[in-house]
Ligand binder design. Sequence first.
Ligand code: NAP
Length: 486
Amino acid sequence: MNAHPPAHLELHISGQNRPATDGARQEVHSPATGEVVGSVPRATSADLEAAVQAAHTAFQSWSALTSYEREKIIRRATAHVRTQADYLGRLMALEQGKPLAQSRSEIGGACDTLDYYAAEGVRVEGWTNPTEDRNYRSWVQYQPVGVCGLITPWNYPVSLLSWKLGPALAAGCTVVVKPTSVTPLSPLAFCAALTAGGLPAGVANAITGSGSVLGEALIQHRLVAKIAMTGSSDTGRRILGLAAAQLKKVSLELGGQCPAIVCADADLDLAARMIIYKGFRNCGQSCSSINRVYAHTSIHDALVERVRVLAEKMSIGDGLTDPQVDLGPMATADGVQTSLAHVHDAVSLGATLITGGAAPAGEAFARGHYFRPTVLTQCTPEMKVMRDETFGPVVGFQTFDTTESAIALANDTAYGLVAYVFTQDFNATVRLSEALEAGTVCVNHGAVNTNYGPYAGWKDSGYGLELSRRAVFEYLKPKHIKVALR
Ligand code: NAP
């Protein structure tokens, strides 16, 4: 028996919640129990058309408001959404497995991001140019690109939506959101809550259905001017190809395989706590998770022991019944299989399993996608855990002797999202930060994502950027106006 009533939600189009035109639905399953915990409509092409048309119509009035007017409306809407944080957080915990305390706080964080961009919208500046003739006047201004298609993943279902929705709304764009089929409930309800809080009908529409059918149709719709997506690098490449055919603006936040370099002089307690936090939080299902640690030979064993002790102290359970638990289940059964496969691959190639490597024992975990925080040592670069994106709670350790070799190991990857450095030496901080091939470098902390800092994956990890004041320009187009006076 599931203790939580199933959530059967509807499409959110033009301010209305309604079923698909043909009534088709898709189920949402609990990662903690495998039970059906809700359902969403499987949108038809007619529903897609209605959502895009609603966004297109709303664009006329939304883009005509001043950014000061939009800021007021967005802040009112987020104030309302904050009152719904418990309901929205529960939906997220139900479908994603994230402990309730973390899910609730993701809703608040998403509202903060929308507010941040609402304030940023009033700071978009153009410029004037000196001209070659005294009778010319020349200025540049920015205008919203139009209807945006926002395609989002399941690991941070509302937070990663807000990274797109915030700058889009502030810039004067309207949107059609296509959340992942794994966790569609919380983003769908988030959009509906924004409308209930006063966002005009049609500004934020949300439709559900598969990425390969509905997602691709959204990308190719002629009225959709820009696509923003977070997901895997393979899907990102596919989306970029589809959008290129119509020369659409695109921003992509993609996969990661993030290294941490722990130098001989590092504060080992701090490094261990951050490896636990960034390696295992959300069961390692974060693009910025620490996947591999390069520890100086002189401190390797002491660091591993600290990490082992902390990993074994982490509490695991159903984050709905125990909101403060450290780790819930992984979101999908595939995630558990990939984690297992990466552990087996590493051990078969000579790694040592220090802790974890399997589901926790006991009846409470039998039906859910649980996996213990896992530490492997004596890893080598050819192992999957050091090379591929595990997207699970598995961290591999390898030693290094010189800073140059640590940099070479860390950069030997197709990804370039985030790199972590632990050192107390200023020169090492600067040299390592500058040499690491990643869009974000964190030195002595794990607080990766902040509204003010750009998040722009290098190499296979991204295209364009999200976050920071610059992200607003991903949703604007420049216009040069040149006037000849009489
Ligand atoms: P995914 O399978 O690539 O799916 C992401 C989104 O794309 C989902 O909404 C999916 O819809 C949709 N989609 C799939 N195929 C599509 C297609 N052909 N056309 C249009 N849309 C399509 O990724 P995921 O498994 O949900 O998320 C995990 C991945 O996201 C990891 O690789 C992770 O590193 C990455 N990620 C990156 C960041 C970052 O900021 N760099 C942050 C978080 C996660 P359906 O689910 O309905 O198929």
